[in-house]
Design a protein around this ligand. Structure first.
Ligand code: NAD
Length: 311
């Protein structure tokens, strides 16, 4: 049984990891609840192997552990466009805190980087060897650039101190325990669709994304932290859909079709995004969940949450 620290453990991916790992490990969830929720982990609070630590990762911490999943960040554009400095500081200083803790306890640390480090890619699909096309001074730079720095710092801790650092580049992930109102496209389409509200689409809806269901992402992250692979390694699902295609699927399951309102594209929002997953596949890791199956699970999750009075 390992002791596993998950920073950002009350958020979407973090809380799903907590639930997955608790069966076999001691899990410490560290979060300042700035955009995550205790609701995501309330059923674990009395579990003898679970500890919740309310803490801001910008401040150093000292927590003995064997592995760290470092996920704490402001990951939704709605938040980071609103408070870019806090976004950069959390990713930058938080990564320093997490790496120092890993170094001290000789823990393996997985750093959650992102497809956003490729910026508006002029190579498609994006292999890990592609350096990206990123604006350093745009509204999204606080997130994209800080994650790039996270990768640099992680690699330098490995080279300088021998810290066991794994770098994963996560592509769009969705599923139960996503926040309903943080502006990500899948939750917007599903939640506003259920409520019969307008959904704003930035651009003409032909922009593409590759969406990975949360269970597949958990399998990939846990597979990588327990492997020899150091990364960077793309994680996700390489099926590519336009936003309009996703909207069409969801519309068919709702009482009324989605009300899409097409508005100006966001600055530096990529037109196409799809991971090249050769490295991931060579490790025997692969997404299995069909998009329709994953979306239906997520729709049911939101329907239940709304019934129980969330939001
Ligand atoms: P999330 O917003 O649901 O969770 C992030 C968690 O970090 C929240 O619980 C939040 O309260 C916590 N947090 C933020 N600032 C903190 C601070 N200063 N101190 C302590 N905790 C803090 O996001 P998510 O979707 O679960 O993403 C997890 C990680 O994966 C992030 O690092 C994100 O950048 C990365 N990622 C996610 C996606 C995706 O599609 N979900 C894609 C690429 C990368």
């Amino acid at each position: 049984m390992k002791t596993i620290l998950i920073t950002g453990g009350a958020g979407f991916i973090g809380s799903n990891l907590c639930h997955h790992l608790i069966a076999d490990h001691r899990v410490i969830c560290l979060d300042n609840l700035s955009c995550g929720s205790l609701d995501n982990i309330s059923d674990l609070m009395n579990h003898s192997n679970f500890t919740f630590v309310r803490h801001d990762v910008k401040q150093s911490f000292d927590i003995p552990c064997d592995q760290i999943y470092h996920l704490a960040a402001h990951a939704s554009p709605k938040f980071y466009l609103n408070d870019p400095i806090e976004t950069s500081m959390t990713i930058g200083l938080g990564t320093v805190s997490a790496l120092n803790n890993a170094r001290k306890y000789k823990a393996t640390i997985l750093l959650a980087s992102t497809s956003e480090i490729y910026g508006e890619p002029d190579v498609h699909p994006q292999p890990e060897s592609y350096y990206g096309n990123v604006n350093t001074v745009g509204p999204r730079s606080c997130y994209d650039q800080s994650k790039r720095w996270m990768e640099t710092l992680g690699n330098d801790y490995r080279r300088t101190y021998g810290t066991d650092v794994k770098i994963v580049r996560i592509f769009n992930t969705y599923g139960p325990r996503m926040k309903m109102d943080d502006g990500r496209i899948i939750s917007e389409l599903l939640v506003r669709g259920i409520k019969g509200e307008q959904v704003f689409i930035y651009g003409d809806g032909h922009q593409t994304r590759s969406f990975c269901y949360i269970d597949d992402m958990i399998e990939q992250l846990t597979g990588i932290i327990n492997s020899e692979c150091t990364g960077p390694i793309n994680c996700g699902n390489d099926q590519e859909f336009s936003i309009n295609q996703i909207a069409e699927k969801i519309s068919a399951w709702l009482e009324e079709p989605l009300k899409l309102n097409f508005v100006s594209p966001l600055i530096n929002d990529p037109i196409r995004r799809r991971p090249q997953l050769n490295r991931l596949h060579s490790m025997g890791l692969q997404a299995h969940t069909d998009i329709e199956e994953g979306l239906k699970h997520t729709l049911n999750y939101f329907l239940n949450s709304l019934k129980q009075g969330a939001l």
